[in-house]
Write a protein that binds this ligand. Structure first.
Ligand code: ASP
Length: 346
């Protein structure tokens, strides 16, 4: 039987065409998709599409739109075998990571893709990205989907969504998964590395968690940073969590005033999360004396989370109204394949 795929179009370069009047890129009517990519008619699956009423540049993405996408998946879940979300590349890693946390009991593929050049452009990367994403969403074994998680497909590579980060504003090869291997490759064969996929044993119906709270602050530190700037950030009203982008394995400068400010933060019940500025590797609090104070004040380690996953995980968990201890336990746990506590060779 032919698989049925739902394309969810949110906006981004992939669906834009050049306005030859003012030369700017504008979202085009998605009805024209088949005309732009006649190859879609050759696919061994059928598909429908659902478009945002007003497609957006992904720089305008917000949690309320994450909920829209999740709702669309939930409402159409029984009628389709897989979902392909067309999204701008700029914040794709955030939306895809957020969706991975928000959706529970997923047994079908949700593949995010986009492009660096619009679909109508002669040298576009949109066609390959879209066609292969639909094929990946259609893959089945013993009449069951092979992929049962949220992924990003871009430029011949399939990634776990909550491991991705956009690393290039210009190259077609724009995404990377610094701490988890690529889970599929499109070459002569479409190869999915099944041993690296999430293995969900699902006993309950698909559920979407729509309670989100974005009262999260991010502070990237650098040598010689201005004290009053840090004070104003860490004393900002109504914050529920701060993520410190620390050095290396989670190290910070040890000036008394900075440590005292961080203690004040945790004493107020604000969650203090430590991430690293390094693209690869992980936070290990207490490895160096320069993170001892963080360990003592009970700071939360983000281990090897990408910044996108660190932020969206905080937004998701803040919405669940957890106690301080539960929040830390959940944050440091591996919920959806987003985090490891040790590297493979440890
Ligand atoms: N600014 C665009 C967006 O993220 C870039 C892209 O789609 O590649 O929506």
């Amino acid at each position: 039987m032919q698989t049925k795929i739902l394309l969810i179009y949110t906006g981004g370069t992939i669906g834009m065409a050049k306005d030859y009047g003012d030369q700017s890129l504008k979202p085009f009517n998605f009805d024209n998709l088949l005309k732009q990519i006649p190859e879609l008619g050759l696919l061994d699956c059928s598909f429908d599409y659902h478009s945002f009423d007003t497609p957006i540049d992904s720089s305008d993405m917000k949690p309320k739109y994450w909920i829209n996408i999740a709702d669309t998946i939930q409402q159409n879940y029984e009628n389709y075998d897989g979902f392909v979300v067309l999204h701008g590349t700029d914040t794709m890693a955030y939306t895809a990571s957020a969706l991975s946390f928000m959706i529970d009991n997923l047994e079908k593929p949700v593949i995010f893709t986009g492009s660096q050049l619009p679909i109508g452009d002669l040298r576009t990367d949109a066609k390959e990205n879209l066609i292969t994403s639909i094929q990946l969403a259609s893959l089945r074994k013993k009449d069951k989907p092979i992929i049962k998680e949220v992924c990003v497909y871009f430029e011949y590579k399939l990634f776990r969504a909550n491991r991705t980060t956009k690393i290039n504003a210009e190259n077609f090869d724009a995404f990377e998964s610094p701490n988890y291997p690529v889970i599929g490759v499109s070459g002569v064969h479409l190869e999915v590395k099944e041993d690296l996929l999430l293995k969900n044993t699902v006993t309950e119906k698909l559920a979407i968690n729509k309670k989100l709270n974005a009262d999260v602050g991010v502070l990237k530190i650098f040598p010689g940073m201005n004290r009053s700037f840090i004070e104003s950030v860490l004393k900002a009203p109504n914050m529920k969590a701060f993520i410190i982008e620390a050095f290396g394995t989670g190290n910070i400068f040890t000036d008394d005033w900075f440590i005292e400010l961080l203690e004040e933060v945790t004493n107020k019940g604000i969650h203090l999360i430590i991430n690293t500025q390094c693209a690869g590797g992980m936070v290990e609090l207490g490895r160096y004396a320069t993170s001892d104070a963080l360990l003592k004040m009970g700071a939360i380690s983000s281990f090897d989370l990408t910044m996108e996953a660190a932020i969206t995980k905080a937004i998701y968990l803040l919405g669940q109204n957890l106690s301080k201890d539960e929040f830390k336990a959940q944050y440091e746990a591996n919920l959806k394949g987003e985090l490891r506590h040790h590297f493979y060779n440890d």
